[in-house]
Design a protein around this ligand. Structure first.
Ligand code: COA
Length: 160
């Protein structure tokens, strides 16, 4: 069987243990996973593309099958360019479903050979998202349970 390359796209502003959980699950299923810092047009990220990419690279240093990249443009164009045929998305709760379903169908319409695979992160991360982590950090709360130490350090430095 052809080796399938999977892309896990997101804003990752910043990456959390919830995203990392999804990546660990994805790499058990696919020989190569590209973690892609992509642009969500409705978001105005705190961290630059370079900062977000660097934080993710630091976490997966030494894992040659997990590649970290960034891209501006249509996700399916990036997928085509990298010969990737799978898009990974995490589903935490029913509330994620409608938006994810719409994106998956649009991506399939644009690129019929690319399938979206939904993975369910551990339930202990159900309540996590990047916005809430940034907010807790901004207000002085402890974020050690939500992000790796390098991300925590950069987030605290950014907010200082
Ligand atoms: N654990 C914890 N948090 C998670 C998570 C998980 N497993 N999975 C997602 N999240 C969080 C994210 O951190 C994010 O939090 P935030 O809203 O506080 O930033 C939120 O849940 C999900 O955000 P969402 O808007 O669904 O996705 P995204 O911004 O991460 O990614 C893109 C959206 C980048 C994939 C999408 O906009 C895209 O494909 N852009 C490229 C342009 C394109 O092709 N557009 C057409 C798409 S059809």
């Amino acid at each position: 069987m052809k080796q399938r390359i999977a892309i896990y796209p997101g804003t990752f502003d910043p990456i959390t243990y919830g995203h990392i959980d999804v990546i660990h699950r994805a790499i058990k299923l696919f020989p190569k996973v590209i973690v892609l810092v992509a642009q969500n047009p409705v978001k105005n990220p705190l961290f630059t593309d370079e900062e977000r990419t660097a934080m993710i690279r630091e976490i997966f240093r030494g894992r040659s099958n997990i590649v970290v990249d960034s891209f501006e443009g249509l996700l399916v164009d990036y997928a085509r360019r990298r010969n990737a045929t799978v898009i990974i998305r995490g589903l935490r709760a029913l509330s994620d479903f409608e938006y994810e379903f719409q994106m998956a169908l649009m991506n399939r319409k644009l690129a019929p050979n690319v399938d979206t695979v939904f993975l369910v992160p551990h339930e202990k991360y159900t309540y996590l998202n990047s916005t809430i982590v940034r907010e807790v950090a901004k207000l002085g709360g402890d974020i050690a349970d939500f992000v790796p130490p390098g991300v925590r350090r950069r987030l605290l430095a950014k907010l200082r």
